[in-house]
Design a protein around this ligand. Structure first.
Ligand code: HEC
Length: 189
């Protein structure tokens, strides 16, 4: 009898510890989120300005040149590896590795189960050949502005401009609210 009581108490303490470990703010996740925020705000600002200036055909160059440039600048200034990926990439340089594929598939499943895409994220410490690495992904929802280049009804001019630059483009046919892809960040611990 006494033993059972003790065990129950021990289980309760363990449960509390697990709970607090899950709810405690993780400084790495917070840092990753701040970098994602900066990436998203900078890119969206430049994309929207270019769309306003000359429409989607003009703005393709912003996505092509500026997205990788912003990612490179942020990687250099932060010490994190920063990029974007998707299960259906436009640029194969952004192709997901096995871990990213699994997380992206999970994001799709979470959305199908009714979860809001905007705050959707996942973090994990993974073992690599070089030791422990903190990995973080933040889902990117498909917004209205994205449909001109990633939607189902892309104009022939935009389609032609995309075909010219991305003969292996898979990133079309998305609908509003779909998970378009994710920001993916990693940092050796
Ligand atoms: C003007 C056309 C255009 C618009 C509008 C646009 N994109 Fe893209 N998108 C591109 C191009 C071009 C690339 C390839 C960039 C590269 O070469 O790295 C791309 C790549 C991406 C990628 C990287 C993964 C991949 O497919 O290679 C993501 C994620 C993405 N876009 C999300 C979005 C989201 C979300 C929006 C709306 C907020 C959006 N895009 C709006 C043209 C566009």
């Amino acid at each position: 009898m006494k033993l059972i009581v003790r065990l129950t108490a021990a289980t309760a303490i363990l449960a509390t510890m697990t709970l607090s470990a899950e709810t405690a703010p993780n400084p790495n996740a917070a840092e990753a989120k701040a970098i994602v925020q900066e990436f998203a705000t900078t890119l969206q600002g430049e994309l929207q300005a270019a769309m306003k200036d000359g429409g989607p055909t003009n703005a393709i160059a912003v996505c092509q040149d500026r997205a990788p440039a912003i990612a490179a600048t942020l990687s250099e200034s932060s010490g994190w590896q920063v990029g974007r990926t998707s299960l259906k990439t436009r640029n194969s340089n952004n192709a997901p590795d096995a871990w990213e594929q699994k997380v992206l598939a999970d994001f799709d499943a979470r959305r199908a189960a009714g979860e809001d895409v905007q705050p959707m994220a996942y973090a994990e410490v993974v073992e690599t050949a070089d030791g422990k690495t903190f990995r973080f992904m933040k889902a990117i929802p498909t917004g209205e502005v994205c449909l001109a280049c990633h939607g189902r009804d892309i104009t022939p001019e935009v389609a032609a401009a995309l075909d010219e630059r991305y003969p292996d483009d898979m990133a079309r046919g998305y609908s509003l609210g779909d998970v378009r892809g994710a920001f993916s960040l990693s940092k050796p611990l």
